[in-house]
Design a protein around this ligand. Structure first.
Ligand SMILES: Cc1ncc(COP(=O)(O)O)c(C=O)c1O
Length: 480
């Protein structure tokens, strides 16, 4: 085999040889979260387990045997009416829910702090989004939409069919889903919660943080936290409102016909583990997160996102650790590279911070290694952090994301000449990392001024599947 530096094989081999402690997804953490017997079985049989669909191992598309049983185990654990196994992550859950519940031209209230799969869900369903601005927390971190915000929007847009929120956020901020569900019920609206980062919340404390208790549909990435191979996720139907048969058709329509059976098997394994030890393992992980936060906060000039910074009604999932050393002059990208040299992988770096995510497979030794590596970070001149005010007035929605995608050609034009044009991409400069422009929104002077101001920082844009990171000089608009 050749040894070129950029060859995939060489890159992967180098990556795994250098990483000793994972603070990123998947939650099994190089297999550590699997109990020995199951881990050994997987290790020995991984090739043989990668099989085709045969009547002897049940079918994901028409489950009647072991896969049906796994779905049943999961819905019983979460108290759902029905749970579907998703083989393309929560991405598939978001797509299926929109495809099944909405019709072309429906409008839906959606919090702006979405994953990009929600844009794809808007495109395939043809809905008109009404975007709700979440709160911005000091330090430029995106918060959640509160029940008050949802109420305000429902009063202004009573024609919307449903409310879609993300909770917890990537930073671990959990909103008061119970209150939001009460507001939705009062207005007769469906509530969908993207709980990609919270499959463990049902096992935390008395379980009341989990959206499965309150929402109609909940989407969870099991693989992000639990001992499940990447992509393994679940869609829960938690009320009688969504039509289960319709949902089943949508999930099937969007799913591969060649599922990776080892991943499906780990989902069944995780269901068994949750039933036996879900609470114990979740509490252990959350305590480990609190321990890490406390120790890191004590380092000179360190800042860790904690509950004191959150708006009332919000809670923090302590398995997500947002760390910044901006007052020590270090960007998140620098910290990420520095930690990598110490054998530590983190989930995400932003200009201002890094996010370390715990999973069931993390140990105290992992956390102590993270702390001792952070202790070795250098001191530099503090970065001057500019506080930007996110444009308060929402941009007019001129076209639906589907119309943007299906009906029009696009062109790139200089940002400074874009006022009045219709945006054809998602622009999410950091901080705070939520989209300031979404496909179909009319670009205002306010937004251009904002984008020029945050030009110092990296901007990630999503143009129907393509991501870029750069300083923002050009913008993609509709070519009318
Ligand atoms: C809030 C949110 N929803 C959905 C997704 C998509 O999840 P998956 O990677 O399981 O498709 C992500 C991914 O990070 C996410 O952060």
């Amino acid at each position: 085999m050749t040894q070129r530096e950029n060859e995939f094989f060489t890159v992967m081999r180098n990556y795994i040889s250098k990483e000793k402690h994972s603070f990123h997804t998947p939650g099994h953490k190089a297999g550590a979260a699997f109990e020995k017997g199951f881990r050994d079985f997987l290790q020995k049989n991984i090739y043989n387990l990668d099989i085709t669909v045969t009547p002897f191992v049940d079918s994901l598309h028409e489950p009647s045997g072991c896969i049906k049983e796994t779905q049943g185990k999961i819905s019983a654990l979460y108290g759902a009416k029905k749970s579907f196994l998703l083989v393309n992550g929560s991405t598939l859950g978001n797509l299926a829910v929109f495809l099944s519940l909405f019709r072309d031209g429906d409008s839906v209230l959606i919090s702006r702090n979405i994953h990009k799969s929600v844009i794809a869900a808007c495109v395939i369903s043809g809905i008109y989004p009404v975007w709700m601005n979440p709160e911005i927390i000091p330090g430029g971190i995106t918060g959640e939409v509160s029940s008050k915000i949802v109420l305000k929007y429902l009063n202004s847009y009573p024609e919307t069919k449903a409310v879609f929120i993300t909770s917890p956020t990537y930073h671990g901020i959990i909103t008061d889903v119970k209150k939001i569900a009460e507001v939705c019920r009062e207005f007769g609206k469906i509530l969908i919660v993207d709980e990609a980062w919270g499959p463990h919340l049902k096992f935390y404390g008395n379980g009341s943080f989990s959206a499965v208790n309150y929402a109609d549909c909940v989407i969870q990435s099991f693989h992000k936290i639990l001992p499940v191979f990447s992509q393994g996720s679940v869609l829960h139907i938690c009320s009688d409102i969504p039509d289960i048969e319709n949902m089943e058709k949508a999930v099937s329509l969007l799913s591969t016909t060649s599922p990776f059976y080892p991943m499906l098997l780990t989902m069944d394994y995780a269901a068994g583990l949750l039933a036996k030890k879900g609470k114990k393992l979740t509490m252990k992980m959350m305590k480990l997160g609190s321990y890490a936060s406390k120790k890191i906060k004590a380092l000179p000039f360190a800042r860790v996102l904690d509950k004191s910074l959150l708006p009332p009604g919000n809670s923090l999932d302590t398995s997500k650790i947002t760390i910044d050393f901006e007052r020590r002059g270090l960007t998140g990208f620098f910290i990420q590279n520095f930690l990598r040299k110490h054998g530590i992988g983190i989930d995400c770096a932003n200009p201002l911070n890094v996010i370390a995510t715990l999973g069931f497979g993390n140990t105290k030794e992992d956390v102590d290694s993270l702390i001792s590596a952070l202790k070795k970070l250098p001191h530099r001149k503090a970065i001057k952090f500019k506080e930007f005010s996110f444009p308060a007035t929402p941009s007019e929605i001129a076209l639906s994301p589907r119309e943007v995608y299906m009906k029009y050609r696009k062109k790139k034009i200089p940002l400074i000449a874009a006022a009045g044009q219709i945006c054809a991409e998602m622009l999410a400069p950091y901080p705070p990392g939520i989209p300031v422009l979404l496909p179909g929104e009319r670009i205002t002077k306010d937004v251009i001024d904002y984008l020029k101001a945050v030009d110092l920082f990296k901007c990630s844009a999503f143009e129907y599947g393509k991501e870029r990171e750069n300083k923002l000089k050009y913008i993609t608009v509709i070519d009318v």
